[in-house]
Ligand binder design. Structure first.
Ligand code: CMC
Length: 428
């Protein structure tokens, strides 16, 4: 295999090194392109062919349907690990020993309170506010109460910012929900595990004792692990690029939450349930909606289908489909939209349009059915995705800072007007 790629422009040849990843992925290193060629750049809208970094966190092979965090398969982690140890693995690179995990847990718990004045900010939002907007704003507002989290160059200072955010974020997630529901804002209980604490803060009614529901805790733990990282997607790239200006961890994550919100990204989990409900209300005619998705004149897309990277089954969707069936059975519930989802998937997976474009169900296709069974309102689904993605975002931000990556600043090809003479308003 050649170690260089040659580019020819106007008869002149330029060599660029080819770099190889640990899974034999190849990339043409064009760092010297612009300088060496006198200003030539590459154009790649949507970055479909552009590697923005080298990363040791997550490996995914979209053709084979493989996803691994730090070398461990998503199937193993979803079955055998818990969310907190998965977070540790993603952020620090290794599965923690008992002592390391206990220390991480203790340090996070020491930060699991939020300044009471943050409640005033939350008060300012109307109850109708989308919880993703609330979460992004509150995450950004945390900076004002913890200014020391911004200027973090050393590993120690980064660690402090990380445990601060891991501690405070679940409080903000639960407040976003409780605001919607009109419940008094609650804090966690340091005697509980990380994920159990999230369920306590979210679901405990003001007038009732908290009672643990192991099925709910386990289901949420699994969903959070499945969402914990997915290499350089839209929100993660946002976190890295905002962090590259040294804006600080909380500002970077707040921007990542905004990026995740969109229906083409994390917002798809809300959009899927809304779509399934609409199909149900319309008589459950799945064929009609498959045809709408195929019609290029119709803006409708089959939400929860297709992926920029997976051109095979999304391994997370496989796990979630089984989990959704198990959880509904464990909770002794039925959800007619699960049948609609399965019906849609069955038809789409055999339909030439979807087969030809390699469109498979993605992670969001079934996750909403589980969230709903756990009693989480639809508008909160993407917030739960953000809760799961938090350690991945943190890991990517930390890696970017430790590798001392330069500020992110793409180039462009200008296609606007050439120089024009300015005319005063009366002469236009
Ligand atoms: N329904 C119908 N057609 C689709 C769909 C869909 N869900 N997804 C892609 N296509 C078609 C698209 O119209 C295009 O057709 P053609 O080649 O004839 O123009 C072809 O498939 C390729 O699509 P693309 O939009 O160029 O692919 P992309 O890599 O830019 O987009 C995607 C990937 C996920 C944005 C897209 O598949 C989509 O919009 N899916 C629905 C939204 C969704 O479920 N998003 C969640 C992604 S997974 C969670 C996450 O990581 O955020």
């Amino acid at each position: 295999m050649s170690k260089t790629a040659t580019l020819q422009i106007d008869g002149k040849k330029y060599d660029f090194p080819i770099i190889k990843g640990t899974e034999n992925e190849l990339g043409i290193d064009i760092k010297a392109l612009r300088g060496g060629t006198g200003g030539v750049i590459t154009i790649d809208p949507g970055y479909k062919n552009t590697g923005s970094c080298e990363s040791a966190i997550t490996y995914l092979d979209g053709e084979e349907g493989i996803l691994r965090y730090r070398g461990y398969s998503i199937e193993d982690l979803a079955e055998k690990a818990d969310f907190l140890e998965t977070a540790y693995l993603l952020i620090f690179g290794e599965l923690p020993t008992t002592e390391q995990l206990q220390k991480f847990d203790k340090d996070i718990k020491a930060e699991s309170h939020v300044d009471e004045e943050m409640k005033k900010i939350l008060d300012g939002f109307p109850k109708s506010a989308h919880p993703m907007g609330v979460l992004s704003s509150l995450t950004s507002a945390l900076i004002a109460f913890n200014p020391e989290s911004v200027d973090v160059d050393s590993e120690e200072a980064m660690y402090e910012a990380i445990v601060m955010l891991m501690g405070k974020f679940p409080v903000l997630v639960s407040w976003a929900l409780r605001k919607k529901q009109g419940y008094a804002l609650d804090y966690g209980d340091d005697s509980l595990g990380y994920v159990e604490n999230i369920t306590k803060m979210m679901f405990k009614r003001p007038n009732q004792q908290y009672v643990k529901n192991q099925i709910v805790v386990d289901a949420l733990d699994k969903l959070l692990i499945l969402h914990a990282d997915h290499e350089q997607n839209c929100s993660t790239s946002t976190v890295r690029i905002v962090g590259s200006s040294h804006a600080g961890l909380f500002a970077s994550i707040s921007a990542g939450i905004s990026a995740l919100w969109g229906p083409l990204h994390g917002g798809a989990n809300q959009a899927v349930i809304e779509m399934l409900e609409a199909i149900k209300a319309d008589g459950g005619d799945t064929a009609k909606y498959i045809n709408k998705a195929k019609d290029k004149e119709d803006p409708f897309r089959l939400m929860g289908f297709g992926h920029r990277v997976y051109k095979n089954f999304d391994p997370r969707a496989k796990i979630i489909k089984v989990a959704a069936e198990e959880i509904l059975a464990d909770l002794d519930m039925e959800d007619p939209v699960l049948d609609i989802a399965k019906g849609l998937a069955e038809v789409a997976l055999k339909d030439e349009y979807f087969v030809k474009r390699k469109l498979y169900p993605n992670v969001d296709f079934y996750s909403g059915i589980i969230y709903r069974a756990l009693g989480i309102p639809t508008e909160m689904f993407t917030v739960m995705f953000a809760m799961g993605r938090l350690p991945g975002w943190i890991a990517q931000w930390r890696e970017m800072r430790l590798r001392k990556e330069p500020i992110g600043r793409p180039r462009q090809i200008y296609i606007g007007e050439n120089h024009r003479e300015f005319k005063t308003v009366e002469k236009r």
